[in-house]
Design a protein around this ligand. Sequence first.
Ligand SMILES: *Cc1c(COP(=O)(O)O)cnc(C)c1O
Length: 404
Amino acid sequence: MIPFSPPRIDQKIIDEVTDTLRSGWITTGPKTKRFEKELSAYYGAAATLCLNSATAGLELMLRWFGVGAGDEVILPAYTYSATANVIMHCGATPVFVDVADDFNIDINTIRRAITAKTKVIMPVDFAGFPCDYDALNALVHEIDIKKLFSPNSPEQRQLARIMILSDAAHSLGARYKGRLTGSLTDVSVFSFHAVKNLTTAEGGAIALCLPEPFDNQAIYQQLCVKSLHGQNKDALAKMQKGNWRYDIVEPGYKMNMTDIMAAIGLVELSRYESETLPKRKQICRAYSEKLSKFSWAITPSLHQVDTESSYHLYPLRIAGVNEAQRDEIIRRISDKDVSVNVHFIPVPMMSYYRGLGYNMLDYPIAYQLYAAEISLPVFYALDDNQLQVVVDSVVTAVHDVLNQ
Ligand SMILES: *Cc1c(COP(=O)(O)O)cnc(C)c1O
């Protein structure tokens, strides 16, 4: 059985986690704080807050910006449900837009979707391929679009335009014009879920790059409080001699990262550029080399002039198949003991969102991409023999189904 994306758990990880367990400090503490600093230095953000998931980070930032009932948030139809669910949690309205042929949100469809109620745009770096951040950042600065913006929180008044909250769950380490995701727009949120490129089992991080006059360090402190019950001191601070008294300044959330999680993350980050990314790149390039000779294979964008993926997913497409044929191809690949997936079933297709009145016919490109998509396994331990088994199983399954 070739798995889809097992985590890389070796002695180094076990030793670092054991060190935390033996240290006497297992929840948020020195390792989480070190992980935050190392992440900020890695991708070049002003500050990073680590949390228990990306979902928590996205919701915290919507709430920090004062997004609520009556507000609209624009996001691509082609994403995981978390991106939309957090908008619902805040009582705001998800405004899905169609994507372009690279699976990422389409700037022109965003432009048409912007109204006086739009508060945030949430682009998604699908599969790890960064969105066009220069275009996104320019769009929210356009005079007519800024004029339309009607702020109703102090943070909205200070920014005086739509905020870009990037769902960068896939794109840690991705490059755009010489910079890394996490430094490209107002706020980026990473996921360290078990299947992501860099894992802490569960986990996520908010990378802050809000423009002047925002003070990202002060916002980091504010978010620490918001993410931990609204308590003005964290557990570590309360541990200091005689420092027991604390206050609750708002009804905060419980979203903190533990030092056990950060221990895994520190090891993962220390070898991310030297081992993880090169290996994932090698696997994805090998898939493209082996598959691009078939006329039915639409291989994904991995590397363009200014833009390079983090190689999180390998979203292959099969030209000319419908959804049922794609499903049959997957069934045949699975029969060969190869695990593949579909990323994603677009959110408007989910029963809950359909029930709200969203209709997949409004997102024709997202549907086309989805109906033909098969994500191939990408993980650190995948060797050349396994890779060939994956390719052979795909080729055989596609030929059998296309010749039926
Ligand atoms: C995984 C994922 C998330 C959620 O990440 P969690 O850390 O599990 O909350 C959000 N958006 C996208 C696109 C994802 O793939």
